[in-house]
Design a protein around this ligand. Structure first.
Ligand SMILES: Cc1cc2nc3c(=O)[nH]c(=O)nc-3n(C[C@H](O)[C@H](O)[C@H](O)COP(=O)(O)OP(=O)(O)OC[C@H]3O[C@@H](n4cnc5c(N)ncnc54)[C@H](O)[C@@H]3O)c2cc1C
Length: 419
């Protein structure tokens, strides 16, 4: 492409050097295109570096249909991208770039070195090898559109960068210190694309009840959490919950938080927690009765301690109005039932999330109806492509979100490069 006076010209400009943007730049450059990769932060790939606690759970081996279903009803949108760069292809690509991967728990894929820095370094090496121009500290302020035609982008320092195609890979609004500034929404909006309100997801929840704060740091294993509102999934999610200063977190809570975030727009959200998954109130009454016969001289807290952390047992007794030192033999039936009630269905009311500052991903974003899933090109502005968390798709924890960012970045970059 010819350079116009005072402007730098490229075939493809990629906005955002995260997982999606770096993949897009690599894919477009592999098509022989001149590519510029523009990143507002001082370093590329900050979220890759922070991912998985610095170890980077980069994808997983769940069945393709299950992977797609994990993103909800909109998951089908991902089919073409996942076909272009699914987990197997991603692992081969990384291996060819010097990053072999390993599988943990038969599902989750990590770099064999367990260092996310190695994943990021491999991307950077490939970008340099392919001659991609990487510009750091470069904030893209707007799309450059002339008479309805996409010409390139304009930076915050009013520099125009000409490009035949632009890939927006700006991420969402989560974790602003790692680049989640939400700037991509206004860029997509300029192209006439609709935005589904961004909300924090994979985020800790704040509860009205203050007792979780007394247990901050305590983990509960194999509990079942479900949203107690009409029309919500009655099965809920099973796994670990972590008590925090202001409420609850942990894998199960993070995975349910996107839905809670949406429901919070209508008001506080009641949750019900089975402290042992599958063991409801009736079964607890039976257990407590069994203890009365087999261990009548032991006190309530000591018996519960065999199943739950001590500090929680004390709180549970308080919530049920039971004196914890009471022996099992002396526990009145009304107290037994109250205790079984909290054990089989502890109630908590969520009043807020901990917000975008600590949300691992963003729910919402550029509306999928405005994007062609086979190319990831905008339906409202030719030559504009979108990838990654910027789009209205978010998955659970466990390598889902990075896999989507890599796959969509790859497809958007290939499509832009083949224009
Ligand atoms: C702490 C943390 C840990 C995580 N761990 C995992 C994990 O182990 N596994 C997993 O699957 N997912 C994980 N995630 C989620 C995953 O990292 C993200 O979903 C994924 O990185 C999104 O990639 P992306 O490229 O779409 O967006 P991002 O990684 O957010 O990249 C977008 C880039 O665009 C830049 N940008 C934005 N606007 C502009 C602009 N106007 N001009 C120039 N540059 C701009 C940003 O600075 C940023 O670098 C984690 C997230 C966090 C926050």
């Amino acid at each position: 492409m010819d350079s116009q006076a005072g402007q730098t010209a490229f075939d493809v400009a990629v906005v955002g050097a995260g997982a999606a943007g770096q993949m897009a730049a690599i894919a477009a450059a592999e098509e022989g295109r001149r590519v510029v990769l523009l990143e507002q932060m001082a370093r590329p790939g900050l979220k890759i570096l922070a991912s998985g606690g610095g170890h980077c759970n980069l994808t997983n081996l769940v069945e393709p249909a299950v992977f797609i279903a994990a993103f909800g009803r909109q998951g089908r949108f991902m089919t073409a991208a996942m076909t272009a760069m699914g987990p197997t292809a991603l692992r081969s690509l990384l291996a060819s770039l010097g990053v072999p991967t390993i599988v943990r728990d038969r599902v989750y894929v990590w770099p064999a070195s367990e260092r996310s820095a190695d994943v990021q370094a491999a991307h950077r090496r490939r970008i340099e090898q392919l001659g991609v121009t990487l510009r750091l500290g470069c904030l893209v302020r707007s799309l450059w559109i002339d008479s309805g035609r996409l010409m390139g982008v304009e930076t915050a320092s009013a520099e125009r960068i000409a490009a035949e195609a632009v890939v927006l890979a700006c991420g969402g609004k989560s974790w602003p210190t790692l680049g989640g500034t939400g700037g991509g929404y206004s860029l997509a909006g300029q192209a006439g694309m609709a935005i589904v309100e961004p909300l924090p997801a994979l985020v800790a929840l704040v509860t009205r009840e203050q007792w979780p704060g007394r247990l901050a740091g305590v983990s509960l294993h194999n509990v079942r959490v479900r949203i107690e509102l009409h029309g919500q999934d009655k099965t809920g999610l099973t796994g670990d919950v972590l008590m925090t200063e202001r409420g609850i977190s942990g894998p199960v809570v993070l995975n349910i938080s996107g839905r809670v975030s949406q429901l919070l727009q209508q008001g506080p959200v009641p949750l019900r927690i089975e402290l042992e998954a599958g063991i409801g109130e009736t079964e607890w009454v039976r257990r407590l009765e069994g203890w009365r016969s087999s261990a009548g001289r032991r006190n309530v807290v000591n018996m519960l301690r065999e199943h739950l952390p001590r500090s929680l047992c004390e709180v549970l007794c308080e919530l049920a109005g039971v004196e914890g030192q009471t022996t099992m033999a002396q526990l009145p039936a009304a107290n037994r039932d109250a205790l079984a009630g909290v054990l089989g269905g502890l109630e908590l009311t969520v009043t807020a999330t901990e917000g975008f500052e600590t949300a691992f991903v963003t729910r919402g974003g550029v509306k999928l109806q405005g994007v062609n899933p086979n190319t990831l090109e905008s339906r409202s502005l030719a030559g504009l492509y979108l990838a990654g968390e910027l789009l209205d798709l978010d998955g659970p924890s466990g390598g889902f979100n990075l896999q989507w960012a890599f796959a969509s970045g790859w497809l958007a970059g290939k499509s832009a490069g083949r224009r």
